[in-house]
Design a protein around this ligand. Structure first.
Ligand SMILES: Cc1cc2nc3c(=O)[nH]c(=O)nc-3n(C[C@H](O)[C@H](O)[C@H](O)COP(=O)(O)OP(=O)(O)OC[C@H]3O[C@@H](n4cnc5c(N)ncnc54)[C@H](O)[C@@H]3O)c2cc1C
Length: 557
C-alpha cells in the first residue's frame, strides 16, 4: 500500500470524477490545501456544481432562470481556484495498476488517458428505474439533472399538461407534486408503501399527506405500478388495483449509487450496494477516495452501513477526502440522515434513527419515545404555531437516538439542534440544559428542544413514565381523562373516567388502587401534572404521551 499521507507534496495530480456536490467541494478544498497540485474535475454532464436540490422549484417556476441553479461555472473554477473543469467528458474506466483513467470527450468522441496521484470518485447516484413495461415511453421523466427539468418543462408547455402522475412518495416526489400543483396541474402521487416519506414515522408522514390532500394532490398508497402505456387518453399507469391516465409521469422511485466505475476497477462494494470507504473516505485502494451518493455511510447512532443520498454529507465528505489527500487526519463522523422537506407550508424534518428503523432493531437498541406539541414561539406573542415533536431515546442511558418534527414554523431549527446533540453523543439531559435563543417572536424560555429533553428525562428518571396509544392494553389500566368536561364530551376514549385536573386532588378516592392508571389530556401537559399528583399519592400512574393529539395522529381518528 502506498502511504499517500506521508508526503502530500508528491501528489502532483488530483483527478476528480463528478463535479457536483461531492466533487466540487473536494476540488475547491484541495486547492486551498495545495497550490502546487494539478486538480482536474471530469463530468460527463454539461454543468459543474449545480443545485440539484433546486430542480423541483425550477420545474415549478419558483426558480425562474436556469443560471440561478448554477452554483459555479468552469470559468469560475479556473479563475478563482486554478482548477481545470472538463465537462461532457465521461470517465470510461480506471486502470489502477498504471494509475490512469480513460476518458471520452462526448462531443468529439476522442478518448485519452490521464495519470493520477490521487483519484476521487464523486459520480453520485442513478435514478431507480425498475423494468416495468412501458417505462421508457414518451412523457415519462426522471428529475435528476438540469436537462431532465428542461425536458419536463418543455413537455408541460408543448402538451399543455393538465394531469400528472408522480410515482414515488419520497421528498423529490413530494416537492415535485407541490410545484406541479402550483402550475395548475392536477397531481396524483402513487406510492408502493403504506405511507409517504419512508424515512419518517407514519404519524409524522401522515401530516404531510393530509396537507397534500388539502391542496388537492391525490395520494394513492399501497399501489405498486405494474405498467405504463401511451394511448389516446394519455399515459396509462396501471397499479395492482387500478389504471389511471395522465398527460405526464414523473418517476421519483429513489436512487441507487453509481458504482459502474468502482465495479470495473475492482473497488470494494458494500452490502448496501455503495462503494465502501473508511472514515477518511478512502476506498480499498489507498490512492482512490470516494464520496457522496455513490458510497455507503455508517450510521452514527446504530453503527450500521446504509445509503443516505443527501447534499450536505456529500459536500462534507468531499472536503474530508481533500483533507486526507493532503495529509490531514480529518475523519467523517458518520451519518444521522438529518433531512427536511416542505409541502404547502408544512415542514417535516428528522435526524437520527426513526421508530420504523428502531422497531426492527429494538433488541440491539432499546428505545422509548415521547410526543409533544409545543408552540414554535411563546404563546403570548401572536402567530405561534404548534410543532409536533417526537423524540426517541434510550430509556436507560438517556442517549438521544432520533427526533422528528412537523409544523409550519421553527421545525428545522429544533431538529438541527437535536442533530448536533446526537452528533456529540448527547442525552435527554443535554436537551434539558440546551441554551437556546429566546425572545418571544423566536422561541420560549423553555424552548421545544428543552421541553423534549425534560419530558424524556422525566420518563428516564421514572417521574412520569409514559404509555403510547399504539401499544396500550386498555384492559390492564384504569384510563383517566383529566380534561375539562366540555372537552371530554367532544370525544373521549371508551371507558375513560373524567376527573378534570383542578378537581383531581379532592377526588383521588374515586380512583382504584388495584390497577395502574393511564392518564391523558389534550396534549400531554395536564396529564403530566396529574401523573405527578397521582404518583406522589401512592398511585401507579403513567402519562399517555401526547394525549388526544397523539391519539389523532397515531390512531388517525
Ligand atoms: C431533484 C433533487 C432534489 C434534491 N433535493 C435535495 C435536498 O433538498 N436536500 C439534500 O440534501 N439533497 C437533495 N438532493 C440530493 C443531492 O442533490 C445529492 O445527494 C447530491 O447532489 C449528491 O452529490 P454527489 O456529488 O454525490 O453526486 P451528484 O450531485 O449526483 O454528482 C455526480 C456527478 O458525477 C457525474 N458522473 C457520474 N459518472 C461519471 C463518469 N463516469 N464520468 C464523468 N462524470 C460522471 C454526473 O454527471 C454528475 O454530474 C436532491 C437531488 C435531486 C435530484
Amino acid at each position: 500500500m502506498v502511504n499517500t499521507q506521508a508526503n502530500p507534496d508528491m501528489l502532483q495530480r488530483v483527478l476528480i470524477i463528478g463535479g457536483v456536490a461531492g466533487g466540487a467541494s473536494c476540488a475547491a478544498r484541495a486547492r486551498r490545501l495545495s497550490e502546487k497540485a494539478e486538480i482536474i474535475i471530469f463530468d460527463k454532464g454539461p454543468y459543474v456544481s449545480y443545485a440539484s436540490c433546486g430542480l423541483p422549484y425550477y420545474v415549478g417556476d419558483i426558480i425562474k432562470e436556469e443560471r440561478d441553479l448554477l452554483v459555479a461555472t468552469p470559468e469560475m473554477f479556473r479563475r478563482r481556484f486554478n482548477i481545470d473543469v472538463r465537462l461532457r467528458t465521461e470517465v470510461l474506466r480506471i486502470e489502477r495498476d498504471a494509475r490512469l483513467i480513460i476518458t471520452r470527450n462526448l462531443d468529439t468522441l476522442e478518448e485519452s488517458s490521464e495519470h493520477y496521484d490521487a483519484l476521487v470518485l464523486a459520480p453520485g447516484a442513478v435514478s431507480v428505474r425498475p423494468p416495468i413495461e412501458g417505462i421508457d415511453g414518451p412523457g415519462i421523466f426522471n428529475l435528476r439533472t438540469i436537462q431532465d427539468s428542461q425536458r419536463i418543462k418543455q413537455w408541460i408547455k408543448d402538451k399543455s399538461v393538465k394531469k400528472a402522475g408522480i410515482i414515488g412518495g419520497g421528498f423529490i416526489g413530494l416537492e415535485t407534486a407541490e410545484n406541479l400543483e402550483k402550475l395548475g396541474i392536477e397531481v396524483s402521487l402513487i406510492e408502493r408503501l403504506p405511507q409517504l416519506m419512508p424515512n419518517l414515522d407514519p404519524e409524522i408522514a401522515r401530516q404531510l399527506q393530509e396537507r397534500l390532500t388539502e391542496h388537492h394532490v391525490n395520494c394513492f398508497l399501497n399501489q405498486t405500478v405494474t405498467g405504463f402505456k401511451a394511448g389516446s387518453q394519455g399515459i396509462s399507469v396501471s397499479t395492482t388495483d387500478n389504471t389511471r391516465f395522465f398527460d405526464m409521469v414523473i418517476l421519483a422511485m429513489g436512487v441507487k449509487p453509481e458504482i459502474s466505475l468502482a465495479l470495473q476497477a475492482g473497488l470494494r462494494i458494500g452490502d448496501r450496494g455503495g462503494i465502501r470507504v473508511d472514515d477518511q473516505m478512502r476506498t480499498n485502494d489507498s490512492r482512490i477516495w470516494a464520496v457522496g451518493d455513490a458510497i455507503e455511510v455508517k450510521n452514527a447512532v446504530s453503527g450500521e452501513w446504509g445509503l443516505v443520498p443527501l447534499a450536505g454529507p456529500a459536500s462534507r465528505q468531499g472536503r474530508i477526502a481533500a483533507d486526507v489527500i493532503f495529509g490531514r487526519n480529518t475523519k467523517f463522523r458518520g451519518i444521522q440522515g438529518t433531512m427536511v422537506c416542505q409541502v404547502f407550508g408544512l415542514t417535516a424534518a428528522a435526524t437520527g434513527l426513526c421508530e420504523n428503523t428502531l422497531s426492527v432493531m429494538s433488541e440491539k437498541i432499546p428505545y422509548e419515545k415521547v410526543f409533544l406539541y409545543p408552540g414554535h414561539h411563546a404563546g403570548y406573542y401572536p402567530g405561534a404555531k404548534s410543532i409536533f415533536l417526537k423524540l426517541l431515546f434510550s430509556p436507560r442511558s438517556g442517549k438521544i437516538l432520533g427526533a422528528q418534527a412537523v409544523g409550519e414554523q421553527g421545525v428545522e431549527k429544533r431538529i438541527d439542534v437535536i442533530s448536533m446533540a446526537i452528533q456529540k453523543n448527547g442525552s435527554v439531559e443535554d436537551l434539558e440544559e440546551a441554551e437556546m435563543c429566546y425572545a418571544p417572536q423566536f422561541g420560549s424560555a423553555k424552548d421545544p428542544v428543552n421541553l423534549a429533553g425534560m419530558v424524556a428525562a422525566n420518563v428516564k428518571r421514572g417521574d412520569s413514565p409514559v404509555k403510547h396509544w399504539n401499544n396500550l392494553d386498555m384492559s390492564a389500566f384504569h384510563i383517566l381523562d383529566v380534561r375539562e368536561p366540555l372537552e371530554f364530551a367532544g370525544f373521549h376514549i371508551e371507558n375513560a373516567t373524567n376527573i378534570p385536573l383542578p378537581a383531581l386532588r379532592s377526588r383521588l378516592a374515586e380512583l382504584p388502587t388495584n390497577k395502574p392508571i393511564a392518564v391523558y389530556c389534550a396534549g400531554g401537559q395536564r396529564s403530566y401534572y396529574a401523573t405527578r399528583i397521582l404518583r406522589q399519592s401512592g398511585y401507579q400512574a403513567l402519562n399517555i404521551s401526547g394525549g388526544m393529539t397523539s391519539y389523532k395522529n397515531i390512531i388517525g381518528e
